[in-house]
Design a protein around this ligand. Structure first.
Ligand SMILES: [Zn+2]
Length: 479
């Protein structure tokens, strides 16, 4: 048996739905509200592991976790005009309490900038209280009218980690954007998800932001998914709430803010990007079970084989490795392999009579399906080092697949043919004028992701107007 990725690349959509439901990650589509689904126990554990990584990164960098109410009154949400303009058509409203019409409509939060700024205006009076860095992990709601896709395009984003920070100066907030970008890089690195970081074009920044930095990745079908965003909000929201604080120089001024979010899409990426035709392939950092031990029944020595398997399990567990023994009698070893491969457990240990007699185990890695024989005394070292290796190899493989999907082209003709034939991301020289950028978006029939966040060398001429290129513009078909 070897790893194949034909199903996932040729019919990604079907593969994706199959893995999410068969591996019992989420049950979407059967819940009787469009765009809302259920996290199943196995998926919930993956989600918990992902959130633990994120929480640790945020807590270790001075962020404080909070929890705001779900409902936001209409007058609050209308305070920042550009913001409400951007979310207008997407807000779910609560208009009744029991049989009574409410005096003030209540929104199911689509995001929390206004609610948080309102409370900050009561809490913070002077620069000595700044900066504050808050975050919460909550559900947010968007009235999505396009076709919904589990964890990708939904009406309830049930895992929304939103951070909100507030600072004395514009430069402080700028530095915070850099910190947030670096935290997100560490986060995606730790789950092996490759990304490109772009500054979104002026016409596609977050509603109410000065600028937006976004993380994008490429899915196996060649379409691009936005997996994280960081916004510099400047004074837009604090001005809307007339929130002035005392500065170090004694004057009163509006503080500057940032906000940044990561959603369910991080988990969708783990499933989609590392997966293969056998199902999910989980990076050890987020796998609820690191090692599954499968005993192979033996006519002569079945009890002894089972006893040996239990001994192996005990050794793994007492070394802090999340291991489980699958001793179910109703399933054949083959059925068990299928079951755990689908769920992406990083290592499978097979133990039969042969291993018992030789005092060994067979260790099979999920990502490559390669098997190695290990002597029992070497068990723990071998498992630990293989988990590290899988982590490293998954990350390398996913980065190299994404890099092969990013190409530089020079003309609008090439943009179109490249995106049609191979999808992925094309990078095209750009003079920096919005008019040319908008034309590129229109002519390509795809979406402009923006220019690189980190400086990238550029040669050639703007693909639209022909003047000297100042930077490049990234274009892709997106989810
Ligand atoms: Zn131009």
């Amino acid at each position: 048996m070897r790893v194949t990725r034909s199903k996932i690349t040729t019919n990604f959509s079907e593969w994706y739905d199959w893995v999410l439901s068969e591996a019992e990650i989420v049950d979407y589509g059967r819940y009787p509200v469009k765009g809302m689904g259920v996290w199943m126990p196995y998926g919930f554990k993956i989600r918990e592991k992902v959130l633990n990584i994120l929480r640790t990164l945020l807590n270790n960098s001075g962020h404080e976790e909070i929890l705001f109410p779900l409902l936001v009154p209409e007058d609050l949400i209308r305070k920042e005009s550009k913001h409400i303009e951007g979310f207008q058509g997407e807000v779910f409203w609560v208009t009744k309490g029991g049989n009574d019409e409410l005096d003030v409509k209540l929104a199911l939060r689509p995001t929390s900038e206004v609610a948080i700024t309102y409370m900050e205006s009561l809490w913070i009076k002077g620069y000595t209280q700044l900066p504050r860095k808050f975050y919460q992990v909550v559900s947010v709601f968007r009235y999505e009218t396009k076709a919904t896709r589990p964890l990708l395009r939904v009406r309830e984003i049930s895992t929304f980690k939103e951070a909100h920070t507030i600072h004395e100066t514009f430069e402080d907030a700028d530095r915070q954007v850099k910190e947030a970008v670096s935290i997100y890089q560490q986060f995606f690195d730790s789950i092996g998800i490759p990304y490109l970081i772009s500054i979104r074009p002026e016409w596609d920044k977050f509603a109410g932001a000065i600028y937006t930095v976004a993380f994008d990745t490429v899915f196996p079908d060649g379409k691009v998914v936005q997996i994280g965003t960081v916004h510099h909000l400047g004074q837009n929201f604090t001005k809307a709430f007339d929130m002035k604080v005392q500065r170090a120089n004694g004057t009163l001024d509006y503080p500057h803010q940032t906000s940044y979010g990561i959603s369910d899409r991080a988990i969708a990426s783990i499933i989609a990007i590392h997966g293969d035709d056998h199902g999910a392939v989980l990076p050890p950092a987020v796998a609820p079970i690191s090692v599954i031990v499968v005993p192979i029944p033996s006519k002569e020595d079945n009890e002894k084989v089972l006893e040996y398997a239990r001994k192996v399990l005990e050794q793994l567990s007492s070394s802090g490795i999340a291991a489980r023994l699958d001793a179910a009698e109703k399933m054949t070893p083959g059925e068990k392999y299928y079951y755990w491969e689908l769920r992406g457990v990083p290592i499978r240990i097979e133990i039969g009579r042969r291993e018992l007699l030789k005092n060994t185990i067979v260790m099979k890695r999920r990502d490559t399906l390669e098997a190695t024989e290990v002597k029992l005394p070497d068990l723990i070292d071998a498992v630990k080092s293989l988990l590290n290796q899988i982590d490293k190899d998954l990350k390398e493989a996913s980065w190299s697949r994404m890099k092969s999907m990013v190409r530089i082209v020079h003309t609008m003709g090439e943009v179109k043919t490249e995106l049609e034939s191979k999808m992925g991301i094309v990078e095209v020289p750009w003079c920096g004028n919005d008019a040319c950028g908008l034309k590129m978006e229109e002519e390509s029939g795809a979406r402009v992701l923006g220019r690189p966040y980190h400086d990238q060398e550029v040669t050639g001429r703007c693909a639209v107007c022909g003047s000297t290129a100042k930077t490049i513009l990234r274009i892709a078909k997106t989810y």
